[in-house]
Write a protein that binds this ligand. Structure first.
Ligand code: HGY
Ligand code: MN
Ligand code: MN
Length: 419
């Protein structure tokens, strides 16, 4: 019996999940990790997994796994895992992460509906705190799962709201028993929207992802001196607000515009204290997100920023405190799996585009413990992390079909052989 996807159900589930944490018309949804809204999303996913009679397992960091057992014990020991995340940034789109998890669920549903026990255990995974908005680092669930961060350190991490991750995990009822890393995938696949403009600009409907660029997150605190906005002469000021603004300008002018122009810099969060209209800011706390596909370029950008901050501190009489929140080097995905993705895309009649991911993904962490690869579909206007995030439903369907083809291709690899 052929294995076919129920595409209308996939689109309907994306809509249902997208309504959880909705903020109102045009304002997207917010399901920040371990909040009540995210718990509601988790609960809904578990209901869908149980409807398929999957084996549902939750690990110590709340990563959720739904498994369709293999036809043989050996097949169970060589699981093929399809995963992503269902937590979101603030006022997010409905597709980031969710598309990959629900398309994975659709693949398992197709095998279940056909009454086929697959040659390998098929697992769909939803990793905790991929976005890293409340607790850093991002991709935390897959990072711990892949052994890149100790579970106790993750559980002890403090959120931007002062909460302790482990307490919140227990509060929402997802502090599971399974040890992180309890299932080592034979291979890991992630289907995701591109979240950028590359595929759309090239007129390509499918992307074969070479890998993920390097990511550096820092939280920087500048301390100066509060003073009266009306009496403090400009030359006497130690203005932390000016320091932050000068840093934002430096990042744009001196780093991202410098050759070869591959480095991206973002100051996404900035708070001033005491944050009142007639007081020279005493303190500025802001985050710097630097990315580059080339490790040496990323390191050079970090060094340039360090040097700039030193000079700024001297010139303005400020102190600088820098906290490294995330540092991931660029990751290349598995060549064999990328070949399978390319072949599946071509078999669907599409010429896929090779590209490097600008966004971080769980696959970049899972690549530490298993052959991993990603499939992209286009984002309309290249917009993401925004309620406007959208992908043509025909492209969502195509991406899921290609995922199924790649899974079937992988299942045809004899047990004991590499992907
Ligand atoms: O930041 C990222 O690239 C991902 O969305 N966590
Ligand atoms: Mn994502
Ligand atoms: Mn994201």
């Amino acid at each position: 019996m052929a294995v076919t996807l129920e595409l209308s159900l996939l689109l309907a589930q994306l809509e249902t999940l997208g309504a959880i944490g909705a903020e109102g018309p045009g304002r997207g949804r917010t399901r920040i990790a371990l909040t009540d809204a995210e718990k509601a999303g988790r609960d809904q996913l578990v209901v869908w997994m149980r409807e398929l009679d999957l084996i549902v397992e939750v690990d110590q960091l709340g990563n959720i796994f739904g498994s369709l057992p293999a036809a043989t014990e050996q097949g169970d020991r060589e699981p093929l895992m399809i995963g992503s995340h269902i937590d979101t940034v603030r006022s997010a789109g409905a597709l980031d992460g969710c598309y990959g998890v629900l398309a994975g669920l659709a693949v398992l549903r197709a095998f279940r509906a056909a009454g086929i026990a697959p040659a390998r255990r098929l697992v769909v995974a939803a990793f905790t705190n991929e976005e890293g908005v409340r607790y850093q680092p991002d991709m935390m669930g897959s990072l711990v799962y892949a052994g890149g961060l100790a579970i106790d350190d993750a559980l002890a991490s403090r959120g931007t709201d002062g909460s302790r991750l482990g307490d919140e995990l227990a509060r929402i009822g997802y502090a599971g028993d399974a040890p992180c890393g309890f299932l080592t995938p034979w291979a890991f696949l992630e289907l995701h929207i591109e979240q950028g403009p590359v595929l759309e600009a090239a007129g390509a409907r499918l992307g074969v992802v070479r890998g993920v660029q390097g990511i550096s997150w820092q939280r920087i605190t500048l301390k100066g001196e509060a003073n009266h906005a009306g009496t403090a002469p400009m030359a006497f000021r130690h203005d932390a607000g000016y320091g932050a603004a000068a840093t934002v300008a430096f990042l744009r002018e001196q780093i991202t515009k410098a050759a070869p122009g591959t480095t991206l810099a973002t100051v996404g969060s900035l708070t001033l204290a005491p944050d009142v209209i007639n007081v020279v800011p005493e303190q500025a706390t802001f985050t710097v997100d630097l990315r580059d596909p080339d490790e040496a370029q990323l390191a050079a950008a970090e060094a340039k920023l360090d040097h700039f901050l030193d000079a700024l501190a001297k010139a303005e009489g400020l102190t600088v405190h820098t906290e490294q929140l995330v540092r991931f080097s660029p990751v290349a995905f598995h060549a064999g799996l990328r070949k399978r993705i390319r072949a599946a895309a071509e078999a669907s009649g599409e010429a896929p585009l090779e590209l490097t991911s600008g966004a971080g993904h769980d696959a970049q962490m899972m690549a530490r413990i298993a052959p991993s690869a990603m499939i992209f579909v286009p984002s309309i206007k290249g917009i993401s992390h925004n309620p406007e995030e959208a992908t043509d439903p025909a492209d969502l369907a195509l991406g899921a079909e290609v995922l199924l083809r790649v899974v079937e291709d992988c299942l045809a690899v004899p047990l004991g052989e590499a992907p």
